[in-house]
Design a protein around this ligand. Sequence first.
Ligand code: EPU
Length: 414
Amino acid sequence: MSKFVIEGANKISGSIKVHSSKNAILPLLAASLLSSDPIEILDVPLLEDIKVLLQLLSHCGCDVKIEDGKLQITPDIKNGDINVDGVNKLRASILLLGSLLARGKKVVLGMPGGCNIGTRPIDLHIKGLSQLGAEIKLNQGYIEAKVKKLKGAKVYLDFPSVGATENIMIAAVLAEGETIIENAATEPEVVCLANFLNSMGAKVMGAGTDTIRVLGVKKLFGCSFVPIPDRIEAGTYMAMAAMCGGELELTNVICEHIRPIIAKFKESGVKVYEGENAVRVEAPDRILATDIKTLPYPGFPTDMQAPMMSMLSIAKGTSVIIETIFENRFLHVGELVKMGANIKVEGRVAVVEGVKKLKGAKVEAKDLRGGAALVLAALSAEGVSEVEGAFHIDRGYFEFEKNITSLGGKIKRV
Ligand code: EPU
């Protein structure tokens, strides 16, 4: 079990390139199973979650090769029984249900896992896939599902779930007839998946709006695809520079995707300059308090809530943060308090009374984004910190310590 040892209060400045988005790539991997030909995905950071999903694809029978970020998948489904170790390590494994059903396979799938940030039910996935004609049985610890041929249907989502929208889209592209997903998620990762499916020959329309229309096709073909940049990785590094008094340039950024994040940085007094596929931030003398409410896109992303809280813990004034997406996404609060932050939580609301400086402490990452938030806090704090549970952070930030070191931060993995 590795941990990060961080010597704080060093300036974070320089330039780095943002990696492709983990949450965009994971659905592409599941959707690769739909193709009859080999698939190539470029610029893939080999993060833990991506490695695990690739292992699951190999378990199904696919041939998987990755070299220098170039991923080649030759799809083949010999095995729809994936009630194996690994499924429970990440949330995105539930997307294999949609793709295996689309290929007419009988599926046995372990229950998906992922960060412990709430109950994370799968009812909307099950409802949508059932409406397309799948017979799905939930057992203790695993799911059984089968269908002869999925049939297009109208699916209304009670909540614009990112994963459920993706799963239904994946299932619908090879279904007979038309599927309409109403109250669909509009996140950039959903649009990226639609573009990927369309480049394989699918007919997906309206992704990025709340109504997605999918016209089923008979067959999908190979493609070569570049995923979108990681908007959360970008936001996390922006918060890091803002907290550590630096100037940072990020390349491979789609500013449109981080609009709500940029808005909140500007309210906090951070200078943000948008370029073409790039963004530059300049830290203010003192960060200013601002209020945040997490919402589905284009609202403020829940994945940026923890890094933002870390930043606002050293702001001038009081910030109110409301987490509306996940019911248990304040696990970092107790750890930030150990570092001298003044934060009180009442249900889904956190009140952050800014302090001048945080101080180094021994803390524990309990989930991915909360873990990253603690690294930011430690980088800005006086003294040395230890952040246990580095594996949580490895799930979502590729070459984290290498990037931080190149920007002037002092971080070691032990
Ligand atoms: N929900 C249901 N029923 C469902 C599905 C979701 O009630 O069947 C609820 C969830 O419990 C939650 C809300 O809907 O309260 C939103 O969940 P959603 O399905 O949108 O999230 P997800 O697909 O499980 C993805 C990302 C998360 C990110 C959320 C929201 C991946 C692999 N994960 O999760 O990323 O927070 O969308 O944007 O794409 C992370 O990267 O740290 C992370 C947790």
